[in-house]
Each structure stands twice: as C-alpha cells, then as structure tokens.
Write a protein that binds this ligand. Structure first.
Ligand code: NCD
Length: 304
C-alpha cells in the first residue's frame, strides 16, 4: 500500500504519469465518473482549508465515490485527547483513503504508519504539501508544455510556506531548472532545503529581496502569502505581511509568456488588478488541483 506524505515518495516517472492521467480526465470526464463507485474518501482536516479539502471532496465525488470527514479538530475526538494514530486506525474502518491536514509537521506520516488505507498529506505545518505541488506541476506542464528548462521565481514566505518546500523539492529533479528565491531576510528558504535539495542537485539558485531585480528572467513567478499562523509574535507578522505586493507596475519588464501562480489563499501579495493580466494563472491552477487529485486517488486505490 502506498501513501503520499512527501513529494519524494513519488518517482519523477510517477509524477509524469499522474499528470498524463489528469490530462486524460480533463479530456474525458465522463469516462472517469464511476471509477470510484463504492469507495469512500475521508478528509481529516485539523487546520483551516478551502481549496484543498473541497478539491479532494470534489475529486472523489466526480469519480463517483463518497466523502466523509471533519474540517476542524474541535469537532473531532482530538478535542478529547485522541491521537492521530488512533483516529487514523478508526477512520481506516470507515473509508478507503484518507486525506489529512495537520498544523504539526509529521502528523500525517505518523497516521500513515498505522492506517490500513492510503494516507495523503494535505499539508503538515510549515513542512510539506505534496498535492499542492502536483497541482502546480500540472499547471506548469499544461500551460508551458514543459517541466524542464525553466527559471522559477518563488516569492514571499519561503521559510514557513510548505507549498514552496514541496515545489522546490519536486522541480529540482527536472533538467535545467533555475530558482530565484525572493523573500525578506526573515523569511528565507530553510538551509536544509538549500543544502539537501538545491546544492545536492547542483541547481543554480540565487536569493534576493527585490522582486523587480530578476523579473525579466522568469518563466514562472510563484507568489505566496506570509504565513500568519506560524509566527510566534504578531508584530513580526505585521512587519512583513505587505513586504511584496505584485502589481502591474512590477510586471512591466516581465516576459510576455510569464506564468503567475499562487497556491491561494491570497491576502495582499497580488493586487487584484493583476487578475486581468493574461499571465495570471492562479484561478486556473485551482481547477487543475481537482483533476490531479482525481488522478492521485485512482493511483493510490490502484484503479485504472
Ligand atoms: C496553501 C497551504 O495550505 O499551505 N494553501 C493551499 O493548500 N492551497 C497555501 C497557504 O495557505 O498559504
């Protein structure tokens, strides 16, 4: 049985296969509409979510399956002191597959150790978010035609942003990828990712706190919000929250075929005026998220 806890749990070929399956689903949705008949997905969300939980649920419903779960820890037995292991063992009796989000890094992995059904990490603390990365990769592949030979700017909260950690780890495995890491000093990409992922893969990367400095080089600009809920002191968040605001002016020198992505939710980091720019793909990205999760559910349930 396979779980998805870290994007590295998938080989590059498996990621490419998932992308191909998602593209087939997009072309022929009807063909897939009963594939998960009699299957149940449980969404166990101990942390707020709009897109990830609803896209998992929409994905399962679109495959003809059913869904159950909770969307906050307070409404589950966690509030009585139950561990994620016990919850996972219990839910394994009710569902065929589990998607779990948790504010503490490593909790979905702990659940996967005892679960008798596949567990998908739907975001754990400021650690990883592999299904957002699959979404990002499907978006990049569909909109640029490739996952290699790209200069990717990642901007915002690179310290606490789990989507960034998983994205950098995944893209570092493709050919000729360059990263421009754009963040304030306080929110730089953690050293372990620079060392274990970027340097070990001989990836070209640089750091800056100026979004306009490299904008003309970028094929992809991945914006992220400052992760308010991870700060110990509110004043530190307030100081940094509006550090980057992408607007039309800052995009002046950007490539005509730049793709602007964002895992969402957006707070202030992209001005609403940018939504009209043909290079803005963040709402299209939401749609891709559903199809790649359909592909992932089929893979983990071993349904062709
Ligand atoms: C992200 C997350 O939860 O990490 N959202 C999402 O799943 N699309 C990004 C974020 O919350 O900033």
């Amino acid at each position: 049985m396979k779980h998805l806890i870290d994007i590295k749990d998938l080989k590059v070929e498996e990621i490419d296969e998932l992308i191909e399956t998602a593209k087939k689903i997009i072309k022929n949705k009807k063909k897939y509409s009963k594939k998960c008949k009699n299957k149940i997905l449980a969404t166990l969300f101990y942390e707020p979510s709009t897109r990830t939980r609803l896209s998992f649920e929409s994905a399962m419903l679109s495959l003809g399956g059913q869904v159950l779960g909770f969307s906050e820890a307070a409404s589950s037995s966690t509030s009585k002191g139950e561990t994620v292991q016990d919850t996972a063992m219990t839910v394994s009796c009710y569902a065929d597959i589990i998607a779990m989000r948790h504010p503490i890094a490593g909790k979905p992995e702990e659940a996967s150790k005892v679960s008798t059904v596949p567990v998908i990490n739907a975001g754990d603390g400021s650690h990883n978010h592999p299904t957002q990365t699959l979404t990002d990769l499907l978006t990049i592949k569909s909109e640029t035609g490739r996952l290699d030979n790209l200069t990717i700017g990642v901007c915002g909260d690179l310290k606490f942003g789990r989507t960034v950690h998983s994205l950098v780890t995944a893209m570092a495995r493709y050919e000729n990828i360059k990263f421009v890491l754009i963040s304030p000093d306080e929110l730089k990409l953690p050293d372990y990712i620079k060392e274990e992922v970027l340097n070990d893969s001989n990836i070209e990367w640089c750091e800056t706190n100026n979004i306009e400095e490299h904008i003309e080089d970028l094929d992809i600009l991945y914006m992220t919000r400052v992760q308010q809920e991870r700060f110990e002191k509110r004043e530190d968040y307030l100081k940094l929250k509006d550090y980057f605001i992408l607007d039309n002016k800052k995009l002046k020198n950007a490539k005509k075929d730049l793709k602007i992505l964002h895992p969402l939710p957006r707070v202030n980091e992209i001005a609403v005026e940018v939504d009209q720019d043909p290079r803005a793909f963040y709402f299209k990205q939401v749609e891709y998220g559903k199809y790649i999760r359909m592909a992932l559910i089929l893979k983990l349930l071993e349904i062709n």
